[in-house]
Ligand binder design. Structure first.
Ligand code: DGT
Length: 230
């Protein structure tokens, strides 16, 4: 066997040995992923890894996320390259607790956001191909196990209302159509299974409700979520 197969086998055995369990929380922008992660970090013995979003906001003084929203043609590739790196780092740092819950994943960065930029004509074909080659190389040569995907399913309209309420500077330019597109990409990937391989079983939690009801929903699903990682 060649060295990459040997490396993959070693990583696989390593993950088995330490029996690392990883849950990824996916969903549209402002679907409530942070609330879900907060709930589980307070009520269970789960290590929670939030998105390294702060890094994308200011990288060496560059406001990458802001730049991407202002001029996706120019900055989309820069942001996605950096997000792919930070997500890879997150997946690989999930080793200190028996169960880790992550906000999003390297998979949604690719299957949702890169696809969105490319399909809406905001990423050059050459950049798309290079990012894909990176993604394929990483997922072939590095073991990135995911045991469960929790999909917070919302309507784009709900996300739009929440987005307007939270008033983040970078996000003021996001129109409803953008959220509709991101929603459709989630549905194609996680519900219909028509766009890209899904790396783990999917638990769908309807997430259009207010905070109090969402906390009840998480309570209801708690055992199921923890059981899925046994
Ligand atoms: P939550 O708790 O569900 O409200 O989560 P958010 O909305 O704080 O977190 P998220 O990941 O949906 O988005 C944070 C911001 O970063 C949002 O403006 C979308 C953007 N974003 C996240 N991941 C990517 C990505 O891979 N590519 C691009 N272009 N933008 C991304």
């Amino acid at each position: 066997i060649d060295s990459s197969q040997r490396r993959r086998r070693a990583l696989y055995l390593c993950n088995l040995y330490f029996s690392i369990r990883i849950i990824c929380v996916e969903g549209n922008i402002a679907s409530g992923k942070t609330t879900c992660l907060d709930y589980f970090s307070n009520t269970s013995n789960i290590q929670v890894l939030t998105e390294p979003e702060q890094l994308w906001r200011t990288l060496e003084g560059l406001k990458l996320l802001h730049l991407m929203y202002q001029d996706p043609q120019r900055w989309g590739i820069s942001l996605q390259t950096y997000i792919q790196l930070t997500m890879l780092d997150k997946h690989l740092s999930a080793t200190t607790a028996p169960v880790t819950m992550m906000e999003r994943s390297i998979f949604s960065a690719k299957h949702i956001f890169v696809e969105n930029l490319y399909r809406s004509g905001k990423m050059l074909e050459v950049d798309y191909i290079i990012l894909n080659e990176w993604f394929d190389w990483i997922t072939t040569n590095v073991s990135l196990p995911v045991n469960l995907i929790v999909y917070l399913q919302t309507s784009p309209q709900t996300c739009y209302e929440r987005l307007k309420q939270r008033c983040r500077e970078e996000e003021m330019v996001i129109p409803l159509e953008y959220l509709e597109f991101i929603h459709q990409l989630h549905e194609d990937w996680l519900i219909k299974g028509t766009s890209a391989p899904v790396p783990a079983p999917v638990l769908v939690i309807p997430a259009d409700y207010d905070l109090q009801k969402m906390l009840h929903k998480y309570e209801e699903h708690r055992e199921k979520i923890l059981a899925a990682t046994n």
